[in-house]
Design a protein around this ligand. Sequence first.
Ligand SMILES: NC(=O)c1ccc[n+]([C@@H]2O[C@H](COP(=O)([O-])OP(=O)(O)OC[C@H]3O[C@@H](n4cnc5c(N)ncnc54)[C@H](OP(=O)(O)O)[C@@H]3O)[C@@H](O)[C@H]2O)c1
Length: 253
Amino acid sequence: MTNYDTLTDRTAVVTGASSGIGEATARALAAGGAAVALFARRGDKLADVAAKITADGGRAIAVEVDVTSASSVADGGAAVRGAFGRVDLVVNNAGVMLAAPMTDVRTDHWARMIDLNVTGALRVIGEFTPDLVAAAADGGTADLVDISSVAAHGLFPNYAVYCATKAAITHLSANLRTEFGPKDVRVTNIEPGIVRSELLSHLDEDQAAGLAPWIDSVGSLSAEELADVVAYAASRARHVNLRQIIVQPTRQV
Ligand SMILES: NC(=O)c1ccc[n+]([C@@H]2O[C@H](COP(=O)([O-])OP(=O)(O)OC[C@H]3O[C@@H](n4cnc5c(N)ncnc54)[C@H](OP(=O)(O)O)[C@@H]3O)[C@@H](O)[C@H]2O)c1
């Protein structure tokens, strides 16, 4: 992986940093010099990731945050500012994909996906918008990076609600540029295709087995390959905003 060392002096928050894309992104940003606050619920996993970053010479703190709780996000914000100061790079990555065939009326799955994938992202954006705006106003580089999905545009039977949450994130990112761009805060929306992570571990055996032949046929990206894209976008000159990035395995169409 390339080391984007222009991230020295940046202070990042990565949600969902205990596994998958979030963990790899936190490691990539820290390798580029950023101080990184790792947000997720599993404290033991976060501590492991923070220890790896520190062992590699980076700066990281593990902060147990549940993004479905406004007070937890606010406490997380206070913790990162206390440790590293103002935040200028936010990676909104925490998310879950649950099957929800409409005939099953899985209101529990709808609620969990909407509250985490959409409202959770909004809570994080709300918490750190003052930091981002102030950092940009002081002449620094400021980034909001939202991890959406190709599901924002794709049609996937039994995953309509997940797709809808990701469509919401993609549209939110595009609209926020109208508010943030004039304030010199960049917004980058990233739509990954298939990435190896814990995402499928939340499906039951049959649901995961249903996706396996398709994934086997098109392949997948590593979380590190996705993280490399995030670090690349965040390390451009401050007037260069990669606003929309779709990144997939070459065979996934
Ligand atoms: N993998 C793919 O193929 C793929 C493709 C397109 C988009 N994405 C998107 O990429 C993002 C990351 O997913 P992933 O693939 O890396 O899956 P993952 O390994 O399952 O990571 C999900 C992360 O979200 C965290 N999380 C879940 N609930 C949370 C909560 N209430 N508060 C805070 N953190 C929470 C999890 O940590 P804790 O359980 O410790 O809280 C975990 O770190 C998701 O938004 C997903 O929709 C993934």
